[in-house]
Design a protein around this ligand. Structure first.
Ligand code: HEM
Length: 478
Protein backbone atom coordinates (compact mmCIF):
# COMPACT_ATOMS: atom_id res chain seq x y z
CA UNK A 1 0.00 0.00 0.00
CA UNK A 2 1.32 3.49 -0.87
CA UNK A 3 1.43 6.29 1.67
CA UNK A 4 2.35 9.90 1.04
CA UNK A 5 5.15 11.57 2.96
CA UNK A 6 3.36 13.49 5.72
CA UNK A 7 3.60 17.23 5.20
CA UNK A 8 5.81 19.05 7.68
CA UNK A 9 2.74 20.87 8.92
CA UNK A 10 1.64 22.12 12.32
CA UNK A 11 1.99 19.38 14.93
CA UNK A 12 -1.38 17.81 15.36
CA UNK A 13 -1.00 14.16 16.33
CA UNK A 14 0.19 12.70 19.61
CA UNK A 15 1.97 9.34 19.83
CA UNK A 16 -1.23 7.83 21.19
CA UNK A 17 -3.13 8.93 18.04
CA UNK A 18 -0.85 7.02 15.69
CA UNK A 19 -1.82 3.79 13.99
CA UNK A 20 0.06 0.62 14.80
CA UNK A 21 -0.34 -3.07 15.54
CA UNK A 22 -2.76 -4.01 18.33
CA UNK A 23 -1.11 -4.28 21.74
CA UNK A 24 -1.56 -6.51 24.74
CA UNK A 25 -1.54 -5.05 28.26
CA UNK A 26 1.99 -5.22 29.80
CA UNK A 27 3.52 -6.93 26.73
CA UNK A 28 2.68 -4.24 24.19
CA UNK A 29 3.70 -5.68 20.81
CA UNK A 30 6.59 -7.78 22.15
CA UNK A 31 4.74 -11.03 21.34
CA UNK A 32 4.52 -10.04 17.65
CA UNK A 33 8.23 -9.23 17.29
CA UNK A 34 10.66 -11.87 16.12
CA UNK A 35 14.16 -12.10 17.47
CA UNK A 36 16.64 -12.01 14.60
CA UNK A 37 14.18 -10.44 12.16
CA UNK A 38 12.78 -7.46 14.02
CA UNK A 39 13.80 -5.23 11.11
CA UNK A 40 11.41 -7.16 8.85
CA UNK A 41 8.59 -6.93 11.42
CA UNK A 42 8.96 -3.14 11.39
CA UNK A 43 9.24 -3.00 7.58
CA UNK A 44 6.08 -5.10 7.20
CA UNK A 45 4.18 -2.91 9.64
CA UNK A 46 5.33 0.24 7.82
CA UNK A 47 3.71 -1.12 4.63
CA UNK A 48 0.49 -1.55 6.61
CA UNK A 49 0.48 1.53 8.86
CA UNK A 50 2.45 4.09 6.84
CA UNK A 51 5.60 6.13 7.41
CA UNK A 52 4.81 7.12 11.02
CA UNK A 53 3.32 4.64 13.44
CA UNK A 54 3.85 3.45 16.96
CA UNK A 55 4.69 0.13 18.61
CA UNK A 56 5.12 -0.69 22.28
CA UNK A 57 7.89 -2.67 23.92
CA UNK A 58 6.19 -3.58 27.18
CA UNK A 59 4.91 -0.23 28.42
CA UNK A 60 7.38 1.82 26.41
CA UNK A 61 5.85 3.45 23.35
CA UNK A 62 8.17 3.83 20.41
CA UNK A 63 7.79 6.00 17.32
CA UNK A 64 8.64 4.19 14.09
CA UNK A 65 9.77 6.40 11.19
CA UNK A 66 9.90 4.80 7.74
CA UNK A 67 10.07 7.72 5.33
CA UNK A 68 13.51 8.78 4.10
CA UNK A 69 12.86 12.54 4.29
CA UNK A 70 11.66 12.31 7.90
CA UNK A 71 14.57 10.02 8.81
CA UNK A 72 17.00 12.49 7.22
CA UNK A 73 15.44 15.22 9.37
CA UNK A 74 16.00 13.17 12.54
CA UNK A 75 19.59 12.35 11.51
CA UNK A 76 20.36 15.99 10.80
CA UNK A 77 18.95 17.23 14.10
CA UNK A 78 21.80 15.72 16.07
CA UNK A 79 23.41 16.15 18.48
CA UNK A 80 20.97 18.75 19.89
CA UNK A 81 17.55 17.10 19.41
CA UNK A 82 18.21 13.36 19.10
CA UNK A 83 20.85 11.00 20.50
CA UNK A 84 21.56 7.29 20.21
CA UNK A 85 19.46 5.55 22.91
CA UNK A 86 20.85 6.14 26.40
CA UNK A 87 20.15 2.53 27.39
CA UNK A 88 22.92 1.19 25.11
CA UNK A 89 25.46 3.63 26.56
CA UNK A 90 24.32 2.68 30.10
CA UNK A 91 24.72 -1.06 29.42
CA UNK A 92 28.17 -0.52 27.86
CA UNK A 93 29.25 1.72 30.75
CA UNK A 94 28.02 -0.78 33.30
CA UNK A 95 30.35 -3.30 31.67
CA UNK A 96 33.25 -0.90 32.11
CA UNK A 97 33.37 0.25 28.47
CA UNK A 98 34.55 3.74 27.62
CA UNK A 99 32.29 5.44 25.08
CA UNK A 100 33.95 5.97 21.72
CA UNK A 101 32.61 8.32 19.07
CA UNK A 102 29.69 6.00 18.23
CA UNK A 103 28.22 6.09 21.75
CA UNK A 104 29.44 9.53 22.89
CA UNK A 105 27.06 12.48 22.97
CA UNK A 106 27.19 16.27 23.19
CA UNK A 107 30.56 17.96 23.66
CA UNK A 108 32.36 14.62 24.18
CA UNK A 109 31.09 13.45 20.79
CA UNK A 110 32.16 16.69 19.06
CA UNK A 111 35.71 16.40 20.43
CA UNK A 112 35.99 12.71 19.59
CA UNK A 113 34.52 13.15 16.13
CA UNK A 114 37.13 15.83 15.37
CA UNK A 115 39.89 13.49 16.50
CA UNK A 116 38.51 10.48 14.59
CA UNK A 117 38.09 12.47 11.38
CA UNK A 118 41.80 13.30 11.46
CA UNK A 119 42.49 9.58 11.47
CA UNK A 120 40.29 9.14 8.36
CA UNK A 121 41.86 12.02 6.42
CA UNK A 122 42.83 11.03 2.83
CA UNK A 123 46.58 11.21 3.53
CA UNK A 124 46.12 8.91 6.56
CA UNK A 125 44.21 6.32 4.48
CA UNK A 126 46.84 6.61 1.73
CA UNK A 127 49.66 5.91 4.18
CA UNK A 128 47.85 2.79 5.29
CA UNK A 129 46.91 1.56 1.81
CA UNK A 130 49.85 -0.90 1.28
CA UNK A 131 48.65 -2.88 4.32
CA UNK A 132 45.20 -3.09 2.76
CA UNK A 133 46.68 -4.60 -0.40
CA UNK A 134 48.72 -7.04 1.70
CA UNK A 135 45.60 -8.30 3.50
CA UNK A 136 43.88 -8.71 0.12
CA UNK A 137 46.78 -10.83 -1.13
CA UNK A 138 46.58 -13.08 1.91
CA UNK A 139 42.93 -13.75 1.19
CA UNK A 140 43.76 -14.41 -2.47
CA UNK A 141 46.38 -16.97 -1.42
CA UNK A 142 43.95 -18.64 0.95
CA UNK A 143 41.24 -18.83 -1.71
CA UNK A 144 43.70 -20.15 -4.33
CA UNK A 145 44.57 -22.98 -1.93
CA UNK A 146 40.91 -23.79 -1.24
CA UNK A 147 40.02 -23.60 -4.95
CA UNK A 148 42.90 -25.91 -5.90
CA UNK A 149 41.78 -28.43 -3.25
CA UNK A 150 38.17 -28.24 -4.50
CA UNK A 151 37.05 -27.05 -1.07
CA UNK A 152 34.07 -24.91 -0.11
CA UNK A 153 34.61 -21.44 1.33
CA UNK A 154 32.51 -20.20 4.24
CA UNK A 155 31.97 -16.79 2.68
CA UNK A 156 30.86 -14.90 5.81
CA UNK A 157 33.71 -16.25 7.96
CA UNK A 158 36.41 -15.53 5.36
CA UNK A 159 35.18 -12.02 4.61
CA UNK A 160 35.04 -11.30 8.31
CA UNK A 161 38.71 -12.28 8.71
CA UNK A 162 39.49 -9.96 5.80
CA UNK A 163 37.66 -6.99 7.37
CA UNK A 164 39.01 -7.75 10.86
CA UNK A 165 42.60 -7.74 9.58
CA UNK A 166 42.06 -4.50 7.69
CA UNK A 167 40.32 -2.61 10.48
CA UNK A 168 42.52 -3.98 13.25
CA UNK A 169 45.65 -3.10 11.29
CA UNK A 170 44.32 0.37 10.72
CA UNK A 171 43.05 0.89 14.25
CA UNK A 172 45.95 -0.63 16.23
CA UNK A 173 48.80 -0.42 13.81
CA UNK A 174 49.55 -4.08 14.43
CA UNK A 175 49.29 -6.93 11.96
CA UNK A 176 46.81 -9.34 13.56
CA UNK A 177 46.72 -11.64 10.50
CA UNK A 178 43.65 -13.74 11.34
CA UNK A 179 43.53 -14.91 7.70
CA UNK A 180 46.73 -16.95 8.13
CA UNK A 181 46.65 -17.69 11.87
CA UNK A 182 42.88 -18.12 12.25
CA UNK A 183 42.76 -16.39 15.64
CA UNK A 184 42.95 -13.05 17.42
CA UNK A 185 42.33 -12.71 21.15
CA UNK A 186 40.71 -9.27 21.14
CA UNK A 187 38.34 -10.42 18.42
CA UNK A 188 37.43 -13.60 20.25
CA UNK A 189 36.39 -11.59 23.30
CA UNK A 190 34.62 -8.87 21.32
CA UNK A 191 32.52 -11.56 19.69
CA UNK A 192 31.13 -12.38 23.13
CA UNK A 193 30.66 -8.77 24.21
CA UNK A 194 28.75 -7.39 21.27
CA UNK A 195 25.71 -9.70 21.24
CA UNK A 196 25.47 -9.35 25.03
CA UNK A 197 25.33 -5.53 24.84
CA UNK A 198 22.62 -5.85 22.17
CA UNK A 199 20.60 -8.33 24.23
CA UNK A 200 20.89 -6.32 27.43
CA UNK A 201 19.83 -3.11 25.62
CA UNK A 202 16.57 -4.80 24.57
CA UNK A 203 16.00 -6.81 27.79
CA UNK A 204 12.65 -6.13 29.49
CA UNK A 205 14.29 -6.57 32.95
CA UNK A 206 17.97 -6.06 33.97
CA UNK A 207 18.28 -9.38 35.84
CA UNK A 208 22.14 -9.23 35.77
CA UNK A 209 22.06 -6.38 38.29
CA UNK A 210 20.61 -8.85 40.81
CA UNK A 211 21.84 -12.31 39.77
CA UNK A 212 24.93 -13.15 37.74
CA UNK A 213 24.65 -16.24 35.53
CA UNK A 214 27.82 -18.00 34.27
CA UNK A 215 27.48 -16.15 30.93
CA UNK A 216 27.43 -12.80 32.80
CA UNK A 217 30.66 -13.70 34.58
CA UNK A 218 32.18 -14.79 31.26
CA UNK A 219 31.14 -11.43 29.83
CA UNK A 220 32.93 -9.56 32.62
CA UNK A 221 36.08 -11.63 32.02
CA UNK A 222 35.93 -10.89 28.29
CA UNK A 223 35.54 -7.17 28.99
CA UNK A 224 38.51 -7.17 31.35
CA UNK A 225 40.68 -9.08 28.83
CA UNK A 226 39.83 -6.60 26.05
CA UNK A 227 40.59 -3.62 28.29
CA UNK A 228 44.02 -5.02 29.17
CA UNK A 229 44.87 -5.89 25.53
CA UNK A 230 43.83 -2.46 24.22
CA UNK A 231 45.67 -0.74 27.09
CA UNK A 232 48.85 -2.56 26.01
CA UNK A 233 48.41 -1.48 22.39
CA UNK A 234 47.97 2.15 23.46
CA UNK A 235 51.07 1.94 25.67
CA UNK A 236 53.13 0.47 22.80
CA UNK A 237 51.98 3.19 20.39
CA UNK A 238 52.85 5.89 22.95
CA UNK A 239 56.31 4.43 23.37
CA UNK A 240 56.83 4.36 19.57
CA UNK A 241 55.77 8.01 19.41
CA UNK A 242 58.10 8.94 22.28
CA UNK A 243 61.05 7.33 20.50
CA UNK A 244 60.12 8.87 17.13
CA UNK A 245 58.43 12.27 17.65
CA UNK A 246 58.01 12.60 13.84
CA UNK A 247 55.16 10.11 14.07
CA UNK A 248 52.89 12.80 15.53
CA UNK A 249 53.02 14.66 12.21
CA UNK A 250 53.03 11.51 10.05
CA UNK A 251 51.04 8.86 11.92
CA UNK A 252 51.05 5.44 10.27
CA UNK A 253 47.77 4.23 11.68
CA UNK A 254 44.62 5.39 13.40
CA UNK A 255 45.86 4.83 16.92
CA UNK A 256 48.92 7.04 16.34
CA UNK A 257 46.74 9.62 14.56
CA UNK A 258 44.28 9.70 17.45
CA UNK A 259 47.03 9.92 20.09
CA UNK A 260 48.57 12.82 18.16
CA UNK A 261 45.18 14.55 17.86
CA UNK A 262 44.40 13.95 21.56
CA UNK A 263 47.74 15.50 22.54
CA UNK A 264 46.91 18.77 20.73
CA UNK A 265 46.14 21.78 22.92
CA UNK A 266 42.40 22.00 23.68
CA UNK A 267 41.54 18.64 22.03
CA UNK A 268 39.26 17.76 24.94
CA UNK A 269 40.06 14.08 24.44
CA UNK A 270 41.81 11.84 26.96
CA UNK A 271 43.91 8.74 26.31
CA UNK A 272 41.17 6.61 27.84
CA UNK A 273 38.84 7.90 25.15
CA UNK A 274 41.44 7.07 22.51
CA UNK A 275 41.33 3.46 23.76
CA UNK A 276 37.52 3.57 23.59
CA UNK A 277 37.76 4.60 19.97
CA UNK A 278 40.14 1.79 19.05
CA UNK A 279 37.38 -0.63 20.07
CA UNK A 280 34.71 1.49 18.42
CA UNK A 281 36.49 1.22 15.08
CA UNK A 282 36.66 -2.54 15.40
CA UNK A 283 32.99 -2.81 16.26
CA UNK A 284 31.75 -0.32 13.68
CA UNK A 285 34.02 -1.35 10.82
CA UNK A 286 34.04 -5.15 10.71
CA UNK A 287 30.65 -6.83 10.39
CA UNK A 288 29.22 -3.91 8.44
CA UNK A 289 31.81 -4.19 5.67
CA UNK A 290 32.10 -7.98 5.57
CA UNK A 291 28.33 -8.48 5.39
CA UNK A 292 27.99 -5.88 2.68
CA UNK A 293 30.55 -7.87 0.66
CA UNK A 294 28.80 -11.17 1.33
CA UNK A 295 25.47 -9.79 0.09
CA UNK A 296 27.19 -8.22 -2.90
CA UNK A 297 28.87 -11.47 -3.96
CA UNK A 298 25.57 -13.33 -3.59
CA UNK A 299 23.76 -10.73 -5.72
CA UNK A 300 26.47 -10.70 -8.41
CA UNK A 301 26.41 -14.48 -8.64
CA UNK A 302 22.62 -14.33 -9.13
CA UNK A 303 23.00 -11.78 -11.95
CA UNK A 304 25.55 -13.16 -14.44
CA UNK A 305 25.33 -10.19 -16.84
CA UNK A 306 26.08 -7.71 -14.07
CA UNK A 307 28.87 -9.97 -12.88
CA UNK A 308 30.40 -10.09 -16.39
CA UNK A 309 30.33 -6.30 -16.62
CA UNK A 310 31.92 -5.95 -13.17
CA UNK A 311 34.70 -8.37 -14.17
CA UNK A 312 35.28 -6.54 -17.43
CA UNK A 313 35.81 -3.32 -15.45
CA UNK A 314 38.26 -4.98 -13.05
CA UNK A 315 40.31 -6.47 -15.90
CA UNK A 316 40.41 -3.13 -17.67
CA UNK A 317 41.05 -0.80 -14.71
CA UNK A 318 42.71 -2.84 -11.96
CA UNK A 319 43.93 -6.14 -13.43
CA UNK A 320 46.78 -6.93 -11.02
CA UNK A 321 45.46 -7.31 -7.47
CA UNK A 322 49.02 -7.56 -6.10
CA UNK A 323 49.93 -4.08 -7.37
CA UNK A 324 46.78 -2.04 -6.85
CA UNK A 325 46.80 1.72 -6.32
CA UNK A 326 44.16 3.89 -4.65
CA UNK A 327 43.69 5.64 -8.00
CA UNK A 328 42.83 2.34 -9.71
CA UNK A 329 40.28 1.49 -7.03
CA UNK A 330 38.83 5.00 -7.25
CA UNK A 331 38.31 4.27 -10.97
CA UNK A 332 36.11 1.19 -10.37
CA UNK A 333 32.86 3.09 -10.91
CA UNK A 334 30.71 0.13 -11.85
CA UNK A 335 31.89 -1.92 -8.86
CA UNK A 336 31.06 1.05 -6.63
CA UNK A 337 27.59 1.20 -8.22
CA UNK A 338 27.21 -2.54 -7.48
CA UNK A 339 28.14 -1.88 -3.84
CA UNK A 340 25.63 0.98 -3.61
CA UNK A 341 22.94 -1.25 -5.06
CA UNK A 342 23.75 -4.09 -2.64
CA UNK A 343 23.67 -1.58 0.25
CA UNK A 344 20.26 -0.34 -0.94
CA UNK A 345 18.73 -3.82 -1.07
CA UNK A 346 20.60 -5.34 1.87
CA UNK A 347 21.73 -2.54 4.22
CA UNK A 348 23.82 -3.97 7.09
CA UNK A 349 22.42 -1.18 9.32
CA UNK A 350 18.80 -2.04 8.51
CA UNK A 351 17.53 0.21 11.28
CA UNK A 352 18.85 3.06 13.43
CA UNK A 353 17.50 3.71 16.93
CA UNK A 354 17.38 7.15 18.57
CA UNK A 355 16.04 8.95 21.62
CA UNK A 356 14.56 12.46 21.71
CA UNK A 357 16.60 14.78 23.94
CA UNK A 358 13.92 17.48 24.03
CA UNK A 359 10.21 17.83 23.20
CA UNK A 360 10.13 18.02 19.42
CA UNK A 361 8.14 17.27 16.27
CA UNK A 362 8.68 14.65 13.56
CA UNK A 363 6.46 15.16 10.51
CA UNK A 364 3.08 15.94 12.06
CA UNK A 365 3.68 14.09 15.31
CA UNK A 366 4.56 15.61 18.68
CA UNK A 367 7.46 13.70 20.19
CA UNK A 368 8.00 14.16 23.93
CA UNK A 369 11.53 14.22 25.38
CA UNK A 370 12.76 10.68 26.09
CA UNK A 371 10.72 9.03 23.30
CA UNK A 372 12.51 6.17 21.54
CA UNK A 373 12.55 6.21 17.73
CA UNK A 374 13.13 3.30 15.37
CA UNK A 375 14.19 4.49 11.92
CA UNK A 376 13.46 1.93 9.18
CA UNK A 377 16.46 2.34 6.88
CA UNK A 378 15.06 0.07 4.16
CA UNK A 379 11.72 1.74 3.50
CA UNK A 380 11.61 4.32 0.70
CA UNK A 381 14.75 2.75 -0.81
CA UNK A 382 12.86 -0.43 -1.80
CA UNK A 383 9.54 1.24 -2.57
CA UNK A 384 8.48 1.52 -6.24
CA UNK A 385 7.05 4.95 -5.43
CA UNK A 386 10.62 6.21 -4.96
CA UNK A 387 12.80 3.82 -6.98
CA UNK A 388 11.72 2.39 -10.35
CA UNK A 389 11.62 -1.43 -10.28
CA UNK A 390 12.85 -1.19 -6.72
CA UNK A 391 13.23 -4.93 -6.17
CA UNK A 392 15.62 -5.28 -9.13
CA UNK A 393 19.39 -5.44 -8.63
CA UNK A 394 20.34 -2.81 -11.18
CA UNK A 395 23.68 -1.05 -10.44
CA UNK A 396 23.41 1.03 -13.62
CA UNK A 397 20.75 3.20 -11.92
CA UNK A 398 23.57 4.72 -9.80
CA UNK A 399 25.55 5.73 -12.90
CA UNK A 400 22.86 7.27 -15.10
CA UNK A 401 21.10 9.35 -12.44
CA UNK A 402 18.01 7.10 -12.43
CA UNK A 403 17.87 7.10 -8.64
CA UNK A 404 17.51 9.90 -6.12
CA UNK A 405 20.58 9.09 -4.03
CA UNK A 406 19.03 10.59 -0.89
CA UNK A 407 16.47 7.77 -0.76
CA UNK A 408 19.08 5.20 0.33
CA UNK A 409 21.16 6.03 3.43
CA UNK A 410 23.19 2.91 4.28
CA UNK A 411 25.86 5.04 5.97
CA UNK A 412 23.39 7.28 7.83
CA UNK A 413 23.35 11.02 7.20
CA UNK A 414 23.93 14.38 8.83
CA UNK A 415 26.69 15.27 11.29
CA UNK A 416 27.07 11.69 12.52
CA UNK A 417 27.24 10.04 9.14
CA UNK A 418 29.63 7.08 8.98
CA UNK A 419 33.24 8.33 8.94
CA UNK A 420 34.41 4.94 7.59
CA UNK A 421 32.41 5.16 4.35
CA UNK A 422 35.35 5.83 2.04
CA UNK A 423 37.50 3.18 3.70
CA UNK A 424 34.64 0.64 3.52
CA UNK A 425 34.14 1.27 -0.21
CA UNK A 426 37.89 1.03 -0.80
CA UNK A 427 37.96 -2.28 1.04
CA UNK A 428 34.96 -3.62 -0.90
CA UNK A 429 36.51 -2.61 -4.24
CA UNK A 430 39.82 -4.18 -3.28
CA UNK A 431 38.11 -7.45 -2.33
CA UNK A 432 36.06 -7.49 -5.53
CA UNK A 433 39.10 -6.70 -7.72
CA UNK A 434 40.93 -9.63 -6.13
CA UNK A 435 37.94 -12.00 -6.49
CA UNK A 436 36.81 -11.09 -10.01
CA UNK A 437 40.30 -10.68 -11.43
CA UNK A 438 41.63 -13.93 -9.99
CA UNK A 439 38.71 -16.37 -9.88
CA UNK A 440 35.60 -17.70 -11.57
CA UNK A 441 32.74 -18.07 -9.10
CA UNK A 442 31.48 -21.65 -9.53
CA UNK A 443 28.71 -21.36 -6.94
CA UNK A 444 27.42 -19.32 -3.99
CA UNK A 445 24.61 -21.03 -2.12
CA UNK A 446 22.88 -21.56 1.19
CA UNK A 447 22.86 -25.05 2.69
CA UNK A 448 19.20 -25.46 1.58
CA UNK A 449 19.77 -24.04 -1.91
CA UNK A 450 17.21 -21.23 -1.49
CA UNK A 451 17.45 -17.47 -0.89
CA UNK A 452 19.59 -16.62 2.15
CA UNK A 453 17.49 -15.53 5.13
CA UNK A 454 18.31 -12.15 6.69
CA UNK A 455 19.56 -12.44 10.27
CA UNK A 456 19.54 -9.33 12.40
CA UNK A 457 22.24 -9.36 15.05
CA UNK A 458 24.51 -6.36 15.52
CA UNK A 459 24.03 -5.89 11.76
CA UNK A 460 21.79 -7.54 9.18
CA UNK A 461 23.65 -10.49 7.70
CA UNK A 462 22.87 -13.37 5.35
CA UNK A 463 22.62 -16.88 6.74
CA UNK A 464 25.67 -19.05 6.01
CA UNK A 465 26.74 -18.83 2.38
CA UNK A 466 29.09 -21.35 0.83
CA UNK A 467 31.19 -20.38 -2.14
CA UNK A 468 33.20 -22.46 -4.60
CA UNK A 469 35.85 -20.87 -6.78
CA UNK A 470 38.07 -21.82 -9.73
CA UNK A 471 41.28 -19.85 -10.17
CA UNK A 472 41.24 -18.05 -13.52
CA UNK A 473 44.07 -19.18 -15.77
CA UNK A 474 46.67 -16.56 -16.68
CA UNK A 475 45.57 -16.31 -20.35
CA UNK A 476 42.02 -15.49 -19.22
CA UNK A 477 43.25 -12.62 -17.08
CA UNK A 478 43.45 -10.09 -19.84
C1 HEM B 1 29.75 -1.09 4.50
C2 HEM B 1 30.30 -0.73 5.64
C3 HEM B 1 29.68 0.22 6.64
C4 HEM B 1 28.38 0.56 6.82
C5 HEM B 1 27.15 0.07 6.05
C6 HEM B 1 28.34 1.51 7.93
C7 HEM B 1 27.19 2.10 8.41
C8 HEM B 1 27.17 3.04 9.43
C9 HEM B 1 25.97 3.69 9.91
C10 HEM B 1 24.57 3.49 9.36
C11 HEM B 1 26.34 4.52 10.91
C12 HEM B 1 25.42 5.44 11.72
C13 HEM B 1 25.40 6.78 11.03
C14 HEM B 1 24.45 7.78 11.62
O1 HEM B 1 24.08 7.66 12.80
O2 HEM B 1 24.04 8.70 10.88
C15 HEM B 1 27.77 4.41 11.09
C16 HEM B 1 28.51 5.09 12.03
C17 HEM B 1 29.85 4.89 12.25
N1 HEM B 1 30.69 4.09 11.51
FE1 HEM B 1 30.19 3.00 9.87
N2 HEM B 1 29.62 1.69 8.39
C18 HEM B 1 30.46 0.94 7.63
C19 HEM B 1 31.84 0.85 7.76
C20 HEM B 1 32.59 1.49 8.72
C21 HEM B 1 34.02 1.39 8.87
C22 HEM B 1 34.95 0.57 7.96
C23 HEM B 1 34.37 2.13 9.98
C24 HEM B 1 35.72 2.36 10.62
C25 HEM B 1 36.79 1.68 10.44
C26 HEM B 1 33.16 2.72 10.51
C27 HEM B 1 33.09 3.53 11.61
C28 HEM B 1 31.95 4.17 12.07
C29 HEM B 1 31.91 5.06 13.22
C30 HEM B 1 33.10 5.41 14.11
C31 HEM B 1 30.60 5.52 13.33
C32 HEM B 1 30.04 6.48 14.39
C33 HEM B 1 30.06 7.92 13.90
C34 HEM B 1 29.45 8.92 14.88
O3 HEM B 1 28.58 8.56 15.67
O4 HEM B 1 29.87 10.10 14.82
N3 HEM B 1 32.11 2.30 9.73
N4 HEM B 1 28.25 3.50 10.16
Amino acid sequence: MQHDTPALAQPCRQLADLPGPRRLPLLGNAHQMHRGRLHQDMENWSREYGPLFSVALGRTQMLVVADHALIAQVLRERPATFRRPSVTAEVAEELGGVPGVFEAEGADWRNQRRMVMQAFAPHAVKAYFPSLVQVGQRLRKRWEGLAAAGKTIDLGADLRMFSVDIVAGLAFGSDVNTIETGDNAIQRNLDKILPAVGERSMAPFPYWRYVKLPRDRQLERSMAAVRVAVGELVAQAKERMRLDPQLAARPRNMLEAMLAAAAQEGSGVTEVEVAGNVLTMLLAGEDTTSNCMAWLIWLLHRHPQVLARAREEVLRVAPDSAALSIEQLDGLDFIEACANEALRLKPPAAFLPFEALVDTVVGDVQVPKGTLLWCVMRGSSVDDAWVANAARFDPQRWLDGAIDKKVSMPFGAGPRTCPGRYLALLEIKLGMAMLLGGFEIASVSTTHGGEPAEKLGFVMEPETLQMRLHARSKDLKS
